[in-house]
Design a protein around this ligand. Structure first.
Ligand code: BTN
Length: 258
């Protein structure tokens, strides 16, 4: 099991992980972090669990993870941002995760719109942001992160799309060391969110995303739209050129058509 004492040993962050909760089993680290955030927990609070009984994924899906194999955690942010800038937090999260995993695995890590992190073209990490606003500004955001570390197999329907560090590199990884690296990278990049250094985040994210200029299909509810991925708009939406013009999406699942 992940131990709070070992995570904190030598962590040396300024904000992220200063308050840390570790559970053997919990319903959802996001649910717990939201309750803490609602009752005033400071920015940087982290909730980690070895197992979730009701892990949440994007678009109302669930997130399953074998006990003690992966990293499941949530980070509370309190950015002085307007509602419209919410997507920046997704890109911030993907970038600090990619930087940390790249350091641990010495291997290129890619980002996929809207909020997946890929290893050798397959998803190794999912991010779920749950935001709370006071009028048009953030009260808090909970960034929920699930990273497949030592899980050796996935359900048949995910086998082609999902992977873990263990599957790609053929050996197990120290989850605590990876978590420490993640918290350090988040801590180092957080001032870019607060200081409005959007290019520092977006240039890195764009350099890790390989879908622009390529034919893609986007599944959005029951709709499947095909076109060419053009760019992100100012609010982080994906602009696609279709046969009838341009459309912008703010959620959905994108596949690059090979
Ligand atoms: C996705 O659907 O890709 C996002 C998955 C996010 C899963 C993580 S696991 C830790 C945190 N707690 C949750 O309930 N969900 C997120």
């Amino acid at each position: 099991m992940i131990s709070k004492k070992t995570v904190l040993k030598g962590l040396k962050t300024h904000v992220v992980g200063k308050k840390l909760f570790v559970f053997e089993s919990i319903d959802s680290t996001n649910a717990c972090a939201r309750t803490l955030a609602d009752t005033g927990t400071p920015e940087g609070t982290v909730v980690v669990a070895d197992f979730q009984t009701a892990g949440r994924g994007r678009l109302g899906r669930s997130w399953h993870s074998e006990p003690g194999m992966n990293l499941l955690f949530s980070l509370v942010l309190r950015p002085a941002l307007k509602k419209e800038s919410a997507a920046l937090l997704t890109f911030f999260s993907a970038v600090f995760i990619a930087r940390a995993l790249e350091r641990v695995a010495s291997h290129a890590i890619e980002c996929k719109w809207p909020n997946d992190v890929l290893l050798n073209g397959k998803k190794c990490c999912g991010i779920l942001l749950e935001n709370s606003f006071l009028q048009d500004r953030f009260d808090f955001s909970v960034v929920g992160i699930g990273i497949n570390v030592n899980q050796s197999s996935f359900p048949a329907e995910l086998e082609n799309q999902a992977t873990s560090l263990l599957k790609e590199f053929g050996h197990a990884f120290d989850r605590t060391a990876i978590l420490q690296e993640l918290l350090r990278e988040a801590d180092a990049l957080l001032p870019s969110v607060h200081g409005g250094d959007v290019p520092n985040i977006m240039e890195d994210w764009n350099s890790r995303c390989s879908m622009f200029g390529k034919p893609v299909t986007i599944a959005h509810g029951d709709e499947h739209i095909s076109g060419t991925a053009l760019r992100l708009d100012a609010e982080g939406g994906l602009v696609i050129k279709t046969s009838t013009g341009q459309s912008t999406f703010y959620a959905g699942d994108v596949t690059i058509v090979q």
